[in-house]
Design a protein around this ligand. Structure first.
Ligand SMILES: Cc1ncc(COP(=O)(O)O)c(C=O)c1O
Length: 467
């Protein structure tokens, strides 16, 4: 234990040095061959090594090669820097090392609070037991869609868990072309079949075309299929668009469909001043995915599945063998009854610490700051003759492209992200939007400034010139 005490103090120093120095180092750089060899080819030591040596190795071979998301000029995908409270508290979760499957210990009790806080932040109804923490939104989505699938089967008088899906009319789900890939993966994993995931067209602002949704459902019903779920997005990954959730909720209610909302990234955007109207209808969803490891900066991985009816998730997952029976579990039972994981890590501690450190006002400030910068970037892009804004800025994502010439813009914009990344001064990623190759930024870092946006546009220009 003496070793751990000493090495722990040193680990704290290394951690603080790393975080303090992030902004001075390249945002990202490729792992050099020598280091790659260390990372990938080392042999398992025959005899155990000292704690102190492990720290030295991590300092020398691991910390210098980050993904980049700790840096204020990291704008790629949807990856936030770690919140300091989350970083601080993570080792304590490891020190306790519980399984939060359930039981009467701190982990599951704290998870109930954290889930309630998350639901409260975005105004989602929270009956006791109405949610659980997951590895991320991909797993939250599996839980929500599996729940929807079982509810649809039960409503039709059969049991999908017992019988499987064969011999039944295909269940059909509706997402927009902008829906995240995790919705498709979940549908495939659950045996629904990729061909039964309908791509609903979007309008000019990349929001679901609800008239088209209605028409597609009607057509599928006529064809003898079983429409069962519509998934809207509260913040798409490409442009940050928020679907017309209220209208989608109306359609779901009219046809008896499960209404899922993917708010993994964007649900917290509801906290920005003036944003509430845009999110109207979120509170009508049957399920909502919301990732603490995105906008909040809870260290990866922590997602959350929120459910209007906790009993529905339990009906989809509960399986308690004799060796897991807990007579004292109470009405809600164990978290493990609400999803596929049995042994579950103590995700609640880092989420509790992050939320407590920020407070409601801190979360709101973070959302205001990052959405404000995304709008500023949108305005800078619109004002620049060599850039074009591709979508309205509604959350903290800005979708645009570089237009220094008339031809070959798809090719140019497809090549820009890697070229910018290689320069090490900023990091952004690309996508395709409305049939065009696009650049997109997602701002999640509390320390990003307007000057960083100036640097970003200059970096894009410089990288493009060299292509
Ligand atoms: C809108 C959206 N939904 C879902 C996901 C999947 O989340 P996770 O990577 O936590 O599984 C992401 C990831 O970036 C996302 O941006």
């Amino acid at each position: 234990m003496h070793d751990l005490r000493q090495a722990g103090a040193k680990a704290a120093e290394i951690m603080a040095d790393h975080l303090e120095g992030v902004a001075e180092r390249p945002v990202w750089r490729p792992v050099p061959d020598g280091e790659l060899a260390w990372l990938t080819r080392q042999e398992l030591p025959e005899t155990g090594r000292a704690l102190d040596e492990l720290l030295e190795d991590a300092r020398e071979h691991v910390l210098p090669y980050p993904m980049g998301n700790g840096h204020p000029r990291f704008f790629g995908w949807v990856n936030s820097p770690p919140n300091p409270a989350g970083v601080l508290i993570e080792p304590l979760a490891a020190a306790l090392n519980p399984s939060c499957a359930g039981g009467d210990h701190a982990g599951p009790h704290l998870e109930r609070t954290v889930v309630r806080w998350l639901a409260g932040l975005v105004g989602f109804p929270h009956p006791p037991g109405g949610g659980l923490l997951t590895s991320g939104a991909s797993m939250a989505t599996v839980i929500c869609l599996a729940t929807a699938r079982q509810q649809a089967a039960l409503a039709d008088g059969w049991d999908a868990r017992e019988e499987g899906l064969s011999g039944r009319p295909p269940m059909v789900m509706y997402v927009t072309e902008e829906g995240h890939s995790c919705l498709h993966k979940a549908a495939q994993l659950l045996g629904l079949g990729a061909r039964n995931v309908r791509l609903v067209p979007v309008d000019a602002t990349y929001r679901m075309d609800v008239r088209a949704l209605r028409a597609m459902i009607a057509e599928d019903l006529d064809a003898g299929l079983r429409p069962f779920c519509v998934a809207g997005s509260a913040g798409t990954v490409n442009s940050g668009a928020v679907d017309p959730l209220d209208e989608i909720a109306d359609v779901a209610a009219a046809y008896g469909l499960w209404f899922h909302v993917d708010g993994a990234y964007g649900a917290l955007g509801v906290l920005a001043d003036g944003a509430a109207a845009q999110y109207a209808g979120l509170e009508r969803a049957d399920s909502l995915a919301l990732d603490p490891h995105k906008w909040l900066g809870v260290p990866v991985g922590c997602g959350c599945a929120l459910l209007r009816d906790p009993g529905a998730a339990r009906a989809a997952f509960s399986l308690v063998p004799s060796y897991l029976v807990d007579e004292n579990a109470g009405d809600l039972g164990w978290f493990a009854e609400y999803g596929p994981e049995q042994t579950r890590p103590f995700r609640a501690l880092k989420t509790w610490a992050t939320l407590s450190y920020l407070g409601r006002s801190g979360v709101k400030r973070l959302v205001e700051h990052t959405t404000g910068l995304a709008r500023t970037l949108g305005a800078m892009v619109e004002a620049a003759p060599d850039f074009e804004l591709l979508a309205p800025v509604t959350t903290s994502i800005t979708a645009f492209r570089h237009t220094p010439r008339a031809d070959g813009l798809d090719e140019l914009n497809r090549a820009i992200p890697v070229a910018v990344q290689a320069r090490g001064n900023a990091f952004l990623t690309g996508t395709r939007l409305g049939g065009r190759d696009a650049l997109r930024t997602c701002i999640l870092h509390p320390d990003t400034t307007e000057q960083d946006l100036v640097v970003l546009l200059d970096e894009i220009r410089l990288a493009a010139k060299a292509l």
